[in-house]
Design a protein around this ligand. Structure first.
Ligand code: ZN
Ligand code: ZN
Length: 221
């Protein structure tokens, strides 16, 4: 029956949209309340002492994405598993499958975009929506209490933490050194076992004046 088919599509579409929006809201709240407060424990430590140290101010991209090898996925997947578990009690099996599939895709999308924002010359840079979201994310690296979202920045508008990209102002983004800056390396408590070049003061690529620079045009330009 065509009406029944259209109704099913509508229900699937609504389920998918709610699943993605709950993921993006969850990411925004997690980032704000766990990534940026001591409440987050190890997640807070990883985020503030690594991600925000590596990428700060104008130093927001690198030739490849830099992380400390610590997997934060589990922190985010635990509440997701809770939501899916609770949904099992209320949702039909087919809707549960849609919800699970969209949440998985949404999770991968958040993770992938978050990484690509910091990769110099990302293949996504040709897309204006990507450049706009990237610049909004870079604002978060300059103003840590703004723009906690990764994909849906309207959550920041609703939460009062949104900061827009100023029209007409471009960014020149220096490419980060592919390894920690010595002063920062010494700051990380888990660096005790690192080789000397990572903990002793030496002339890094960063200190040599950032010979390589990448210009990134603003969507708003
Ligand atoms: Zn952050
Ligand atoms: Zn970032």
């Amino acid at each position: 029956m065509p009406e029944a088919g259209a109704d099913s599509l509508l229900v699937y579409g609504c389920t998918a949209m709610i699943a993605h929006l709950s993921m993006s809201l969850g990411q925004t709240l997690f980032h704000r309340y766990l990534g940026h407060t001591r409440l987050g424990g190890r997640f807070f430590k990883n985020h503030i002492q690594f991600h925000h140290v590596h990428y700060a101010g104008n130093h927001v991209v690198s030739t490849h994405y830099l992380d400390n090898g610590d997997n934060n996925t589990l922190f985010f997947l635990m509440p997701v598993a809770l939501v899916v578990g609770l949904s099992y009690l209320f949702l039909r099996l087919d809707l549960l499958v849609v919800q699970l599939a969209v949440m998985s895709l949404s999770f991968c999308g958040h993770y992938y975009l978050d990484n690509q924002y910091h990769v110099a010359g990302s293949w996504l840079g040709r897309l204006s929506w990507f450049r706009r979201k990237q610049q909004l994310h870079f604002i978060h690296h300059r103003h840590g209490n703004r723009n906690f979202a990764v994909i849906d920045f309207f959550w920041d508008r609703l939460l009062g933490t949104y900061r827009s990209v100023k029209p007409g102002r471009g960014f020149v983004i220096p490419i980060a050194a592919p390894r920690p800056r010595p002063s920062q390396a010494a700051f990380w408590p888990w660096n005790a076992g690192l080789p000397p070049w990572q903990t002793e003061p030496s002339k890094s690529v960063w200190q040599q004046g950032l010979s390589r620079r990448a210009s990134c045009g603003l969507a708003a330009r």
